[in-house]
Design a protein. Structure first.
Length: 115
């Protein structure tokens, strides 16, 4: 199992960024996917989740209305579109999947929101 995030970087407050997570080594379309983030000195928190068919999504209250999780099962990729970014969104963002009761994480991608 491999989860590889990309798309992080420096963005100004109010700006947008799209993260991608390319999955391999398992049947991607059979598993729900999640995005987490961890800010310096804070615990890792769930940001968004999506069901295996993309039909249902859930978001942390702090990102509702600003972030959108989506997936392309043909490309084995899950996305996180982040709009109206705030300084408090600065964190390392991780892609996550639970497969056969094991937790799998990507290496993370840094998102820094700063002027």
């Amino acid at each position: 199992v491999q989860l590889v995030e990309s798309g992080g970087g420096l963005v100004q407050p109010g700006g947008s960024q799209r993260l991608s997570c390319a999955a391999s080594g398992f049947t991607f379309s059979s598993y729900h996917m999640r995005w987490y983030r961890q800010a310096p000195g804070k615990e890792r928190e769930l940001v968004a989740a999506i069901t295996r068919d993309g039909g249902s999504t859930n978001y942390a209250d702090s990102v509702k209305g600003r972030f959108t999780i989506s997936r392309d099962n043909a490309k084995n990729t899950v996305y996180l579109q982040m709009n109206s970014l705030k300084s408090e969104d600065t964190a390392v963002y991780y892609c996550y999947a639970q497969i056969a009761f094991r937790d799998y994480w990507g290496q993370g991608t840094q998102v820094t929101v700063s002027s």
